[in-house]
Design a protein around this ligand. Structure first.
Ligand code: PMT
Length: 406
C-alpha cells in the first residue's frame, strides 16, 4: 500500500512537543515510501529536535522562518501550500491546534496550513489533561469541520491502556493513514484505470542543424494535467516536446518528441487505445519545407528565405478518428476574439471540450505557474469560467469536469 505515497509531495509540520523525536522516524518512513517531504518547523520545535537531522533525512533544507537569516530569502508559504499533495502536522501541540483552528498565522507552519489546498492530517500530542480540556476538544472539532483528518490512537488501544489519551499516533500508523488516503483517492475516481494521452510543450521545427522555429510553451500546464489525472488513478502517457519540467507522479509515461510531425506520429499510434486525449501542446502550425542539412551561412546581401509548409493538425486528425466513448479535449491559446476562435476550434477539430486561455489575462498562458481558463463543452450552453489559479488547481478543475464525462 505504501506505493501510493511514491512521488507524493508531503509537507511535514513539526511543532514543539516531546513527541517531536518521533517525527524523524515518520520522515524516514515517508521518504522510504518514495514521498518527497518538505519539513516546516515551528520555532519551539527546534528545542526538541534539530533541523540538521531533519534536513539530512529529507534531503531538503528545513523551513522554519519567513526569511532565511543570512540571505533574506523569502519562503513562500503559498507556494509550499500549493506544492503539497498532503500536509501532515505531527506532533501537533495544543498551541498549534488552537492557532490552526482560529487562523492565528504567526509562524511559517500555520501560514502554510492556511494556504494549503491539499488534505491536512493532524496528529495531536500533549498531556492527558490538555487533551481533555474543552478548548482542545472544541479546536479539534473545528479542524474536523475544516475537513482536516485528526489521527489519534484507536479507541481500542486507549481502552486497553496500551497508550494514554493525547499520545501521538505511531509513525507507521500515520504513514498507513496517508497511504490509504492516496489509494482511496485513486480508487474512487471514475478516471481510475482510464488510458489518457496528453500532449505537452512546444514543438521544434528545424531550419538547419543549429536553428529551429518554436514557441514559449514550457509544458507546465500539460504536466500538471498529467500529474492530476495520474493521481486519480488514470494511466497517463505524455507525448512531450522539448521541456525541462518533469512529471511528479511516477506512473506517468513520457514519449519524447521534437517536431510536430513526430508528435503527430506518436499520437496517432496511441490514440486508438486511449479513453481520453488532452491536447495541451503548442504545436507549431508550420514547419520548414526543406531544412538545410548543414549550417546556413551568412552569405550575400539578401537574408535567406525560409519556405514554410503546414504541419499536421494533430487534434483535428484525432477528432476525425474519434470513436464513441472517447473524450477529446483541446486547448485554445488566444490573443483576441477569444470565444469565437475557441468555439470554432472545438467545431473544426471535433473536440468534446475546449479549454480557452488568453494571453490578455495576466498570469495566464505560457510559462507561468498559474492559468485562467474558460471551458466550453460540446452541447452545453454555458461555459465553466474559472478565476486565476495555479496550473495544478486548473488541472484539478479540468479533471473534475472529465470525471463527469467518462
Ligand atoms: O506549456 P505552458 O508554458 O504551461 O503553457 C500552456 C499553454 C499556453 C501552451 C496551454 O495552456 C495551451 O493553451 N495549449 C494549446 C496552445 C495552442 O497551440 O493552441 P492552438 O489554439 O494553436 O491549438 C488548438 C488546439 O489544437 C490545441 O489543443 C493544440 O494542442 C491543437 N493543435 C494545434 C495545432 C496542431 N498542429 N496540432 C494540434 O494538435
Amino acid at each position: 500500500m505504501k506505493k501510493h505515497l511514491e512521488g507524493k509531495h508531503i509537507v511535514l509540520g513539526i511543532t514543539g512537543g516531546i513527541a517531536a523525536y518521533k517525527s524523524a522516524m515518520l520522515l524516514r518512513l515517508l521518504v522510504k515510501a518514495g514521498a518527497e517531504v518538505q519539513v516546516v518547523m515551528t520555532p519551539s520545535a527546534k528545542e526538541f529536535i534539530t533541523p540538521v537531522t531533519l534536513s539530512v533525512l529529507s534531503g531538503k533544507p528545513v523551513v522554519s522562518e519567513f526569511f532565511t537569516a543570512n540571505s533574506g530569502e523569502w519562503h513562500s508559504h503559498v507556494d509550499l501550500g500549493l506544492w503539497a499533495d498532503a500536509m501532515v502536522i505531527a506532533p501537533a501541540t495544543a498551541c498549534t491546534i488552537g492557532k490552526m483552528a482560529n487562523g492565528v498565522a504567526d509562524n511559517m507552519l500555520v501560514t502554510t496550513y492556511l494556504s494549503s489546498k491539499a488534505k491536512v492530517f493532524v496528529a495531536p500530542a500533549m498531556d492527558l489533561d490538555m487533551m481533555a480540556h474543552p478548548s482542545t476538544t472544541e479546536n479539534l472539532r473545528r479542524l474536523r469541520g475544516y475537513g482536516n483528518i485528526i489521527i489519534e490512537p484507536a479507541e481500542g488501544e486507549l481502552a486497553s491502556h496500551l497508550v494514554g489519551k493525547g499520545r501521538m499516533e505511531e509513525p507507521e500508523k500515520i504513514v498507513d493513514v496517508l497511504a490509504s488516503y492516496f489509494r482511496d483517492k485513486e480508487l474512487t475516481s471514475p478516471l481510475a484505470g482510464k488510458k489518457v494521452l496528453v500532449t505537452a510543450g512546444p514543438t521544434r521545427e528545424k531550419i538547419d542543424p543549429v536553428r529551429y522555429i518554436s514557441n514559449y510553451s514550457t509544458g507546465k500546464m500539460a504536466y500538471a494535467v498529467a500529474d492530476e489525472l495520474a493521481s486519480r488513478g488514470a494511466e497517463v502517457t505524455v507525448v512531450s516536446g522539448p521541456v525541462t519540467v518533469k512529471a511528479a507522479e511516477p506512473s506517468v509515461k513520457v514519449v519524447e518528441v521534437e517536431s510536430g510531425r513526430e508528435m503527430a506520429d506518436a499520437c496517432l499510434g496511441l490514440f486508438p487505445a486511449s479513453d481520453i486525449a488532452v491536447m495541451c501542446a503548442a504545436v507549431a502550425d508550420y514547419t520548414v519545407a526543406n531544412p538545410s542539412a548543414t549550417k546556413m551561412k551568412r552569405e550575400g546581401n539578401l537574408p535567406p528565405e525560409i519556405k514554410l509548409v503546414k504541419n499536421p493538425d494533430i487534434a483535428c486528425l484525432l477528432g476525425g478518428m474519434k470513436k464513441p466513448g472517447q473524450l477529446l479535449v483541446g486547448f485554445a491559446l488566444e490573443t483576441d476574439n477569444e470565444v469565437c476562435n475557441a468555439l470554432d476550434k472545438m467545431q473544426r477539430k471535433n473536440l468534446d471540450m475546449i479549454v480557452l486561455n488568453s494571453l490578455r489575462d495576466n498570469g495566464a498562458g505560457f510559462a507561468t505557474d498559474t492559468n485562467k481558463v474558460t471551458v466550453f463543452t460540446r452541447g452545453e450552453e454555458s461555459p465553466a469560467e474559472f478565476p486565476l489559479k495555479s496550473k495544478r488547481e486548473v488541472a484539478a478543475d479540468l479533471a473534475d469536469m472529465m470525471e463527469t464525462r467518462v
